[in-house]
Design a protein around this ligand. Structure first.
Ligand code: RIB
Length: 308
């Protein structure tokens, strides 16, 4: 069973459905507001756990009601929370609007996530893990410390640069696998991505900047893998009725990494992750919508695909 450590964010997602997005100065009514546990670090931890990994999540919560709730939910998933921090600020919040097409807009109020500092990582036994998963919702100096530790101890680094961030060639060299969506890839490369050829051009540019392996998630257009030997693997998305895309990328990442650590071939890993993400968009909420390994296997079996 793969053993993964995730150092990242946990948020309470406050999600309101809207008929359309307001213009500047406009006030609109939202319909149906819900509270869901989220945050890219916590989401990817749960996706990896439900795909069959042992997961240790290191993050920071506020000493408040939302913090207690998020802690309880992660514990119920049997995620290792040893070293989880409580800070004297509010728990991270994500203010999310979801439109009729299931697409979302997110405003983050990082709260305790911004207080997760390099000194909070002193007790971690890095060698106990095969891989570390990182995103961009905690201070950069903390991510930089994890990158240094991981390289020093020889564990694999999977980085999801979300929200988008510029990465130097030196940083890219510290990352084994970069997984990002089309918007994040455009921010790294300045290449607008509307179709698969532009996605390939962006992936190639990221490899030329110093990445070893990169995956672009492209929503309904599927996903694309490229490595520094310029090998390319494409995987279509599984069409499904979209209710809420929040956390779909996190589902893809957490589940992909587990299959990848199990040394499955890249196309099988992409198919598994795409199936998990498809199931996730068919239900409201981020973590709440993430499927178990058995659910993904059943979905793939319906499509005539076997999970080995
Ligand atoms: O990727 C989705 C997540 O982004 C949400 O759960 C929200 O908390 C933000 O971190």
């Amino acid at each position: 069973m793969p053993s993964i450590i995730v150092v990242g964010s946990a948020n309470m997602d406050i999600v309101t459905r809207v008929s359309h997005y307001p213009k500047p100065g406009e006030t609109i009514f939202g319909q149906q507001t819900s509270f869901y546990s989220g945050g890219k670090g916590a989401n990817q931890s749960i996706a990896a756990k439900r795909s069959g990994a042992e997961v240790h999540f290191v993050g920071a919560l506020g000493n408040d009601f939302f913090g207690n709730e998020l802690y309880r939910i992660l514990r119920e998933e049997a995620i290792d929370l040893d070293g989880m921090l409580k800070k004297a600020v509010n728990t991270g919040l994500a203010l999310i609007t979801v439109n009729k097409a299931g697409e979302n807009n997110i405003i983050l109020s990082p709260g305790a996530n911004n207080e997760l500092l390099p000194s909070d990582l002193d007790e971690i036994d890095w060698e106990a893990y095969e891989a570390v998963l990182l995103q961009n919702e905690i201070p950069w100096e903390t991510n930089a410390c994890v990158l240094d530790q991981a390289k020093d101890k020889g564990i694999k680094v999977v980085f999801n640069p979300a929200p988008a961030v510029q990465l130097s060639p030196e940083t890219l060299k510290q990352i084994d696998l970069l997984i990002l969506n089309e918007h994040e890839a455009t921010s790294l490369t300045s290449i607008p991505i509307r179709h698969i050829d532009e996605a390939k051009a962006a992936a190639k540019e990221i490899i030329l900047q110093g990445a070893k392996e990169v995956i672009l998630t492209l929503g309904l257009q599927g996903s694309l893998y490229m490595n520094d030997k310029m090998e390319v693997v494409e995987c279509p998305a599984y069409p499904i009725e979209t209710v809420d895309t929040t956390g779909a990328g996190d589902t893809f990442i957490g589940s992909f990494v587990v299959r990848y650590l199990l040394k499955q071939d890249i196309l099988s890993c992409l198919k598994y992750a795409s199936a998990a993400a498809a199931l996730a968009v068919s239900i409201n909420g981020a973590q709440k919508a993430m499927p178990s390994a058995a659910e993904v296997a059943a979905f793939l079996a319906e499509k005539g695909e076997l999970v080995t």
